[in-house]
Design a protein around this ligand. Sequence first.
Ligand code: KDG
Length: 314
Amino acid sequence: MDVVTLGETMVSFTPQATGLMRYARHYQSAFAGAETNTMTGLSRLGHQTGWISRVGDDELGASVLSFVRGEGIDVSNVMKDPTAPTALMLKEMLNEENVRVYYYRQHSAASNLQPKDIDEAYIARAKYLYITGITPALSSSCLEAVQQALTYAKKHSVKVIFDPNLRKKLWEENHARKVLLGLAAQADIVLPGVAEGEFLFNVQDEKKIARRFIENGACTVITKLGEHGAYYVAGKEEIYVPGFKVKAIDPVGAGDGFAAGVISGLLDGLSGEEAVRRGCAIGAMVTTTSGDIEGLPDRRLLENFMAESREDVS
Ligand code: KDG
């Protein structure tokens, strides 16, 4: 296994028309979950991935399982929980710039995830453990499960990659700050956005953000700068990697695609800078389609995109 992760995957419903959702009559369904978005990106590039979770023992749980399995992600460590439902997410597109998200995930099956669901051998076999700040926000047992996975990763020298993925709707801010900083301290590589750096350290500048994460314990920090690319810091190396110019229509899922690109590059033995460049390319590609995973490329699409697209070197 190259990369394993744990987290919740939901069924998402988006009205087909823009405007207040109270008037919506037709919805499009899809799947949403930052961790499985990233595993999908990796799987499309040919990497071996695994997902640890719970889904409800219900029809939506069955659809999540077959979707994730269909993307080539190992689901042998996903349990069907008969005591709780699969979670839902609704996206209200007020207009193209203003999207509101409503979660129906409290007491969901995935929020019942427990430390005992984490199989030590499964983590030990992976090269990377990928975690985000969403799973620990779901419940105290989910937080314990993330910590258990981290403990096993450390014990077996599995590298830990952490995307803080702040979701303010899911938890109280002071608690979130404390937990996210604690997890970032144990990660080898942290992938924050500027807003998360600001939330955690009250600084906006990417150089200061990187410095604070390194003081907090990380070895490598790659700060996402949206269309402008990313700022990579590892040891004495500090590099700005430009973003790719695209016509973006939906930014959601770009960060997950970015993570997939960076991890894929590292798995392929690229330099840190080249891995981040791959991350920027996939992040940009994801924004060109509506939906979180539809723009994730296979190898051929990625190579063509990187060969043909222009980078923002301004
Ligand atoms: O990163 C995209 C995610 O926001 C989406 O797929 C849903 O995991 C999700 C969440 O918790 O918001």
